[in-house]
Design a protein around this ligand. Structure first.
Ligand SMILES: [Zn+2]
Length: 377
């Protein structure tokens, strides 16, 4: 960089003032003009036809620029030109510590990401840090924060290539107080959990979130979630959710989600709304109708969907919640001990999403072969 600056300086000295003026007249007005696109400017206004002029890496003009000169022009006819997109559910909270430029987002045009799906990057206690240690080791990063203030300070210190916002995850809040056990929170524990949500909201969380298919989240009752969402609502937060089921039990899950919004007086965002599983294809009109009815009745429910047809997940997500009771170490113990799985007295089953949670043998039988393994209990 220094070397380039030196060369430019040299040419200016040699060229003299006359040559400089001539150069300036020949310089194009813009580095780039994106022309003939539909401009959506992010203010909420409808799109309009226009050109966008970029100079020195910044938007310098918006309007009719067909007379202007530019080093480069891009014809965006029939396309949308926008300053950036918001990813309503990304998961870059740790990877952006690995590569702060976050190229996987930038190259998709995403300039803002909201994260924190059920488990959030904060708060952290010793047990959570221990549970998360293999992940941090894998990424080669150090967990040197215990709350959102500390995490955001870390981001500010290193700089990041996108804007980031996060929910406080109800799973994390539960882990902080109840741990990883398959049991209800006591009234006293629930008060402590609400206090954690309040602190997180004061530190900048956008609301409280759930991912109710992933242990220990399923151990939470609807009432527990209403209590946490009520606290977030007091700070203007929203409730965002990966629902308890996106497959066989999706209707009950939609109803639970709407109830949380209604009773906690909080806006709701349903993440990656879908009717998963071949047997559930065709349910979408009824799902949308339920959301519409809730909206008409005054519950502020929104939803988003994947922009792609495929998905992935951790293998542990396919193991039923009861097997996660006590955390990863206990789960691994159970996986190693086939006897415990066969004779735990809770019947026989395998897991692939709801088929196992609902213990519907018909679905399990079909999916067992697809997944290639069977868990017995
Ligand atoms: Zn999810």
């Amino acid at each position: 960089m220094r070397r380039v600056a030196a060369l430019i300086g040299l040419s200016l000295v040699c060229g003299g003032p006359v040559s400089l003026a001539a150069d300036r007249a020949l310089l194009p007005t813009y580095d780039l003009i994106i022309e003939h696109g539909r401009v959506i400017d992010g203010t909420g206004a409808p799109w309009f036809a226009g050109d966008v002029g970029v100079r020195a890496g910044r938007v310098a003009a918006i309007g009719r620029l067909d007379e202007a000169t530019a080093k480069r022009r891009i014809n965006a006819a029939g396309r949308v030109v926008a300053p950036g997109f918001i990813d309503m559910l990304g998961q870059s909270e740790l990877t952006l510590l690995v590569n702060p430029h976050v190229p996987s987002k930038i190259f998709q045009g995403i300039t803002t990401e909201i994260t924190g799906e059920g488990e959030s990057v904060a708060p952290v206690n010793a047990a959570i840090a221990k549970e998360a240690a293999p992940k941090f080791e894998h990424y080669g990063i150090t967990q040197d924060w215990t709350d959102f203030t500390g995490y955001f300070a870390r981001l500010e210190k290193q700089g990041i290539g996108i804007n980031i916002g996060t929910y406080v995850g109800a799973t994390t809040v539960r882990e902080m107080v109840v741990g990883y056990a398959d049991r209800a929170a006591s009234p006293d524990e629930l008060i402590r959990m609400q206090a954690i949500v309040a602190t997180a909201m004061r530190q900048g969380a956008l609301g409280v979130s759930t991912s109710l298919e992933y242990a220990p989240a399923p151990y939470a009752s609807t009432e527990e979630l209403i209590a946490l969402a009520s606290t977030a609502a007091q700070f203007g937060g929203i409730y965002a959710t990966h629902m308890r089921s996106e497959q066989e039990s999706i209707m009950a899950s939609i109803d639970e989600t709407i109830r949380i919004g209604r009773e906690a007086h909080i806006p709701v965002e349903i993440w990656h709304l879908k009717a998963g599983g071949v047997g559930n294809f065709g349910l979408m009109p009824e799902i949308v109708a339920r959301i519409d009815r809730a909206r008409a009745a005054g519950v502020d429910v929104g939803a988003d969907t994947y922009a792609y047809p495929a998905w992935n997940n951790d293998l542990s997500a396919f193991i039923p919640p009861w097997a996660h009771d006590g955390g990863d170490a206990k789960l691994i113990e159970r996986l190693k001990d086939g006897h415990a799985f066969r004779h735990s007295g809770r019947g026989r089953g395998a897991n692939f999403g709801d088929c196992l949670r609902d213990e519907r043998a018909r679905h399990c039988a079909r999916r067992r072969s697809a997944l290639g393994f069977v868990l017995q209990r």
